[in-house]
Design a protein around this ligand. Sequence first.
Ligand code: ASP
Length: 348
Amino acid sequence: MNGKKITVLIFILSLSIALVSGCTKKIAPEESGEKVVDFALVIHGGAGAMKKGLMSEEKEKAYKAKLTEALNVGYKILNEGGTSLDAVEKVINLLEDSPLFNAGKGAVFNSEGMNELDASIMNGKDKTAGAVAGVHHIKNPISLARLVMEKSPHVLMAGEGAEKFAVENGVKLVDTSYFFTESRWESLQRVKKIEKLKNPIFEPAEKKESKFGTVGCVALDKAGNLAAGTSTGGMTNKKYGRIGDSPIIGAGTYADNNTCAVSCTGHGEYFIRYVVAYDITALMKYKNMSVEKASDEVINKKLKAVGGSGGVIAIDKEGNIAMPFNTSGMFRGYVTDKNEPEVKIYDE
Ligand code: ASP
């Protein structure tokens, strides 16, 4: 082959490589700035030490079934043109009503053997928000949080005052016995035993087998609006009056149409101190990070470095989704108009 032929061959070769790579280059949605889905919804059911094999197959199935049911509820609302706010509330209601999760029925017990519930919700469209903390008689705290947002001039209401506000707005109170589950009661007894053996400082839960179990949901609706919500019983054996990150706007929940919607789960004290939900949106806003990068940075770098365990779910205005966690597992799932519900528990 003479020199001229070789040059032509190299030219053709490089041209075809350029063409092929041009065709196959995946344009990251966050780079394109386009909405990648019409609507999407992400949920979590808490992060913690869920190692494969530790949970019975039956239990695993039950969790997956309930998470899938929740995703289907959200899908239906969003598909019919409902708002992300409605989807978040209704999906969380379903999880609150399930004894499997640490929210509503099935909430963990505090050190006094009481269930003290926290929740918050935020609308990314106008950044309105509502939250309740330390309530004892509210079947669906996320709905009361929404009432605070829509029917009061306030953002956060706590304890008896929040319950008085609930009654004034037609919410029926439930007896504290409604929240009781045997497994959460046993958890409290186990933690108390461990506490007696060790020095008597507050231990968040039986560290090794701890599953936090909070529930959360973030959604993007067809109109392009984001919303986020979180509901929890807090942490087993928490001190009376302790309030976690879940009802704190900016810590456990945040939504801004310009960046993303976030719901957190994990060791609340860290999430409050590191203002986790807002930090993710701030990294996107001020550092131009993608939702995946910002969530990963906060959960797997910042929080992990200081021993703050947990995870988040987040969705941006284009429908890009992130679900990072630094524990061994996190109940989680998502659905969009383009794909079937997908549910996961472990690091897979
Ligand atoms: N973050 C919650 C709290 O500290 C607990 C959890 O997410 O499981 O109250």
